[in-house]
Design a protein around this ligand. Sequence first.
Ligand code: ADP
Ligand code: ZN
Length: 436
Amino acid sequence: MPIWNPECETLPREQMGQLQVQRLQELLPRLAACVPLYRQKFAQANVSADRIKSLDDLRQLPFTDKRDLRDVYPFGMFTVPLEQVVRIHASSGTTGKPTVGGYTRADVALWAECMARTVASAGVTSRDVIHNAYGYGLFTGGLGFHLGAELVGATVVPISGGLTRRQVMLMEDFGATVLTCTPSYALVIGEEAADMGVDFKRRMKVRVGIFGAEPWSERMRLEIEAKLGLEAFDIYGLTEVIGPGVAVECEQHNGMHINEDHFLAEIIDPDSGEPLPAGEEGELVFTTLTKEAMPVIRYRTRDRTRLHPEPCACGRTTVRMDKVLGRTDDMLIVRGANIFPQLIEKTLLSIEDIEPHYQIVVDRAKDQLDTLEVWVEAAPHLFQPIDTRRLDALQNRVSVELAQTLGITASVKLMGPKSIQRSEGKAKRVIDKREL
Ligand code: ADP
Ligand code: ZN
């Protein structure tokens, strides 16, 4: 598969390291001059550009986290006056104020370049029709994909999320060959097509899906590929760094290549903050090397993964990150046990007759132990007509398997078709009702 920017994406690793150090040295004085938050942080850590001679020196630099961004909300991280900022995006921020990202004209061009690399990595060319069902608006997904798809010259259908029946109709009418949306919404589109009597695999020309913005397991990938008849690519990004376009899988599907000439990645121990060697699991941290309006230094993503610098058969030399294994802050502590929602998903989807629609509910009645409930849909054929014997057996099996992987018991509720709420964007899998 052709590489969009071979010069950058196949740069020998030693040269990549030199480029990163050089860009970092240029960035630090600019940040210190323009952003009071960084001026203070650098002074406290007693660092300046001349102390950074190699990537090993990165560890001297201070971290940035979500709290820092919140403290200087909305525009305190910007290095340029607002008149040079041509675009604002923001994360959904379900609680409190959102996280803001600002882009100069050069940043928008950089984003388009990274997204062009991304879609090209999934084999997209000017001959493709991209049905872009990521949300358009403050969320970075829709407009991010839009930029990259246009740059490679594909035909973009900027449908955004929602009105799913119409999505199915237009995908067929316009001959979409690529679907871009969250993995959970991809399933919703497939389901809606089935309800409309449209045989998705036969009637649609879609051969590629680029799915991300939320965690999804390998099992979920198989489920989507089987239901929609396409090759699914994982894509990773976050508003604080640029949006989508930070990393994407190549045709090898052996991790996501990070655009590290622009986004320098590290893995740290989330407790001690110490950098971890390649291959070890920890928290992913990013330094943006080339952004103008809002560069970040060692931004703590709270996403857990591993990095792999070994060469890849696709020819790219850029480091690969594993699928996100979860977030350092999405771990639920239930009756003292550490529970990762991703592990629940993996377990559920390994069981036959279990559908990829589930919700996790944690609660605590006054002076009582925590309760962990897992609601999950069972295959429709078990309800037509209702087969209580098999449903009971299935419920029992799910309970046993969950208890084995989690180490605590969960009360499992098998649900009928469509009873778990569907999402047009990022799915909300966990409801924690405890007042902690
Ligand atoms: P918000 O979700 O608040 O709108 P963002 O869109 O910036 O904000 O969300 C970024 C976060 O989404 C990442 O830090 C990560 O936790 C999650 N995310 C993005 N892409 C993926 C992916 N491919 N796999 C798992 N998690 C992802
Ligand atoms: Zn590769």
